[in-house]
Design a protein around this ligand. Structure first.
Ligand SMILES: N[C@@H](CCC(=O)N[C@@H](CS)C(=O)NCC(=O)O)C(=O)O
Length: 219
């Protein structure tokens, strides 16, 4: 499944950092994860995790910032770092809300609520803010790509796949999504067996796992 791991993989690919990707069978009952969970020396056992020499880390944003510091993808100036953090945490809010809807409210009314511009944590509200934030900028932090871009990109892709056209009408957001999507490393990854496009969620989710939820395939 894509879950929270894909944007971490994107960063590793774009930064050309070699890695071994361990994917677990897509169910929480999987014995493989049960066996590993408390035996890997993780402080807060969870998926995704990263093991890099002595470093053992969970929490997807912490992992992305860790890779970002290694790969110069956390911003190159104090201002860029601030903007990357700010927009990265905002992108995390969007992903959390999307995850909540997918796991607990993937109904017609739940989706309508998520797509309603008046909803406090609805998609249009996020997109409006991100579109303005991206004005005259190449990436969220400015000139340089950061972890925040990969995080937002992934949620935008989920939206496109599950709720096609839901991100239309926000040209700066669309341009960012296309820019990340078309990075040579991203194109190469999508053509390789290392890339998992579907499902987005685990089988216990209400949405994002069954084939009929995939409304648009994106090459
Ligand atoms: N806050 C964590 C959440 C991670 C999470 O929810 N992981 C899900 C899959 S995407 C899981 O199944 N974790 C395994 C477990 O809880 O044992 C993060 O951002 O990495």
């Amino acid at each position: 499944m894509r879950g929270y791991a894909n944007p971490i993989q994107y960063m590793l690919e774009v930064a050309e950092i070699p890695y071994e990707f361990k994917r677990y069978p897509c169910t929480l009952e999987a014995v493989e994860w049960k066996e590993d969970k408390f035996n890997l020396g993780l402080n807060f056992p969870n998926i995704p995790y990263i093991i890099d020499g002595d470093v053992r880390l969970t929490e997807s944003l912490a992992i992305m910032r860790y890779i970002g510091r290694k790969a110069n993808m956390v911003g190159t100036t104090e201002e860029e770092m601030r903007l990357a953090d700010e927009s990265g945490y905002k992108a995390l809010d969007l992903r959390s809300e999307l995850t909540r809807v997918l796991y607990t409210d993937w109904t017609e009314s739940g989706k309508a609520e998520f797509l309603n511009p008046e909803t406090r944590l609805g998609l249009p509200g996020f997109l409006k803010l991100f579109d303005k934030f991206l004005e005259k900028k190449k990436y969220l932090a400015g000139e340089h790509i950061t972890f925040a871009d990969f995080l937002l990109y992934e949620s935008l892709m989920w939206c496109e796949m599950l709720l096609p056209d839901s991100t239309d009408g926000y040209p700066n957001v669309t341009a960012l999504r296309e820019r990340i999507h078309n990075l040579p490393a991203m194109q190469k990854l999508r053509k390789s067996e290392k890339f998992v496009s579907w499902p987005i969620t685990t089988p216990d989710a209400q949405g994002g796992h069954r084939k009929e939820d995939l409304r648009k395939e994106i090459p």
